[in-house]
Design a protein around this ligand. Structure first.
Ligand SMILES: NC(=O)c1ccc[n+]([C@@H]2O[C@H](COP(=O)([O-])OP(=O)(O)OC[C@H]3O[C@@H](n4cnc5c(N)ncnc54)[C@H](O)[C@@H]3O)[C@@H](O)[C@H]2O)c1
Length: 340
């Protein structure tokens, strides 16, 4: 089997998880990762014995890495020369700058949610519009909340036809270990509609969506509460059955002790998942409730790991490894060890 060669630019919260996810794909080869400074994640990579080769994305400041004793295998441009596709998880806005190097070297790339939509030809989600990504050169993944939200809305849409969605998003304000957001104890409301609702309509233009986002001073996951209007009548049992079958949705119960975002984070750690990650979004069974003909539920979004499967789907679509969403997402799920 010829393996698709992949590089990762930006070895931060998302990049280190993308690297681990790609390394698990038996039909892909992770050639290396690029970053600019000896961050804690890079220091941990070094202490782990450099399982991935590191390239510098800022050749003029290579000494920042080498002075810290960290081996550097070359420059980002040299990494690009060795790969079929780059996953760019550098900070929002930097991906657009890196794109100039990808274009110059004629290599495909998948960008993350912090970039503007214009960075890519296709705004991508593995389940909702896989086919649009087939053969594309530049794809942008949806953000963490949008990725998880669309998984659930797409599943309902395919079986019951969704007309309208309205939601509240309770958004974790920082990732674990972020000091630069301050030591906060306040909630903050964003201007409506939230970008996640607008993004959902970009990917699924037949759905009317809106929502309000509230930032909260927690780090272990966001919670979204969509209210969904369907074309065909849907019951709580219908929704549960569909979500239980979905490989990237986990149904949990308050009664079992899953009281909120922190229970899911702790459970993922108890499972021994690296970094306490969970690829699935979780739906609380007891949160599912009818409002007239509409249905409402609460989902947990593990923001650090939720976009990894759909990012790998983007490689499969761009490189034409699988030509349908079913085959593409199934391969990603299998290699990540998710339910069939
Ligand atoms: N953190 C989340 O919860 C989350 C979830 C989904 C999507 N995203 C998106 O993923 C992207 C990355 O976010 P993050 O949270 O992983 O950021 P991060 O700050 O944790 O990591 C970014 C890394 O990129 C490195 N970097 C800086 N300049 C670079 C360059 N020119 N080339 C390569 N690397 C460079 C930094 O040193 C850092 O290690 C953003 O678009 C963000 O919006 C983040």
């Amino acid at each position: 089997m010829t393996k698709i060669k992949v590089g990762v630019a930006g070895y931060g919260v998302i990049g280190q998880r993308l690297a681990d996810g790609v390394a698990l794909q038996e039909d892909m080869e992770l050639i290396g990762v690029a970053d600019v400074a000896p961050t804690l994640s890079i220091q941990a990579l070094f202490e782990k014995g450099m399982p991935y080769d590191l390239y510098t994305a800022d050749p003029g400041k290579k000494h920042l890495l080498t002075d810290a004793g960290i081996p550097v295998s070359g420059t980002l441009e040299e990494l690009i020369g060795k790969v079929d596709i780059m996953l760019d998880s550098s900070p929002g806005g930097i991906g657009a700058k890196n794109k100039e190097i990808y274009v110059k070297n004629n290599v495909k790339a998948v960008f993350q949610g912090g970039e503007k939509n214009e960075v890519a030809d296709i705004f991508f989600h593995g389940y909702a519009n896989y086919e649009k990504g087939i053969g594309a050169d530049y794809l942008k993944l949806t953000s963490c909340n949008t990725t998880g939200l669309i998984r659930t809305i797409d599943a309902i849409d395919r079986e019951f036809g969704v007309e309208k969605v309205a939601m509240t998003i309770i958004r974790r304000v920082a990732d674990p270990g972020d000091y630069h957001r301050g030591l906060t104890n306040a909630l903050m409301v964003d201007k409506a509609p939230s970008h996640q609702a607008v993004d959902l309509m970009t990917i699924m233009p037949h759905i009317n969506a809106t929502g309000i986002l509230v930032h909260t001073p927690v780090t272990h996951g966001h919670i979204i509460t969509p209210i969904v209007s369907t074309k065909n009548k849907i019951s709580k049992d219908d929704l549960l059955e569909m979500f239980r079958k979905h490989p990237r949705i986990r149904v949990v119960k308050l009664a079992d002790g899953f009281l909120g975002n922190a229970s899911l984070f702790k459970y993922a750690r108890d499972l021994g998942n690296p970094r306490g990650d969970m690829y699935e979004v979780a739906v609380w069974e007891e949160s599912i409730v009818k409002s007239g003909d509409d249905i409402m539920f609460a989902i947990n979004i593990p923001q650090e790991s939720v976009v990894i499967p759909e990012s790998i789907d983007a490689i499969r679509a761009a490189m034409k490894m699988q030509m349908t969403r079913e085959e593409g997402t199934e391969a990603t799920n299998r290699y990540l060890g998710m339910k069939a």
